[in-house]
Design a protein around this ligand. Structure first.
Ligand code: UDP
Length: 141
């Protein structure tokens, strides 16, 4: 059983499609074991995306991620890190497979609707960034 961090980004919250995205998680068999809505400030968004701090899109990424509230959740399931990345689709929605969340809902590379941890190792770090131990209600505990 694995866990991964998922974020429903500001574009999706603004478009009122939180439930549609949660349905995708449930249809894929993932359990949502922690969830909250937050509005990141610049430091919080910058800390989360620190790995990208030297990339040319970093400023715009922070501007976007602080532009409105997001929903952050921990998903649990077998092989959930890879399976979640699969149902999210490619970073660039124009290259995402049809039927994926980004192909169906995302407008552009920068406003791409969802985030998902890209490895088990990063999932542990990213989950800790947003949730304490007592915030997580694992079904397998
Ligand atoms: N991003 C962007 N421009 C780029 C590459 C990435 O705005 O040229 C944004 C995009 O929102 C992406 C995020 O930065 O989701 C993190 O990039 P990463 O390569 O980690 O993609 P992801 O893991 O989100 O698919």
């Amino acid at each position: 059983m694995e866990r991964t961090l998922s974020i429903i980004k500001p574009d999706a919250v603004a478009k009122n499609i939180i439930g549609k995205i949660y349905s995708r998680f449930e249809e894929a068999g993932f359990r949502i074991i922690a969830s909250k809505m937050i509005h990141l400030d610049n430091d919080e968004a910058g800390g989360f995306y620190a790995v990208h701090k030297d990339r040319p899109f970093y400023g715009e990424l922070l501007e976007f991620m602080t532009s409105g509230p997001i929903i952050v959740q921990v998903l649990e399931g077998e092989d959930v890190v890879a399976k979640h990345r699969e149902i999210m689709g490619d970073t660039n929605p124009k290259e995402a497979n049809s039927g994926t969340i980004r192909a169906d809902f995302a407008r552009s590379l920068d406003e791409n609707t969802v985030h998902g941890s890209d490895s088990l190792e990063n999932a542990v770090i990213e989950i800790k960034y947003f949730f304490g131990k007592n915030d997580i209600c694992s079904r397998t505990r």
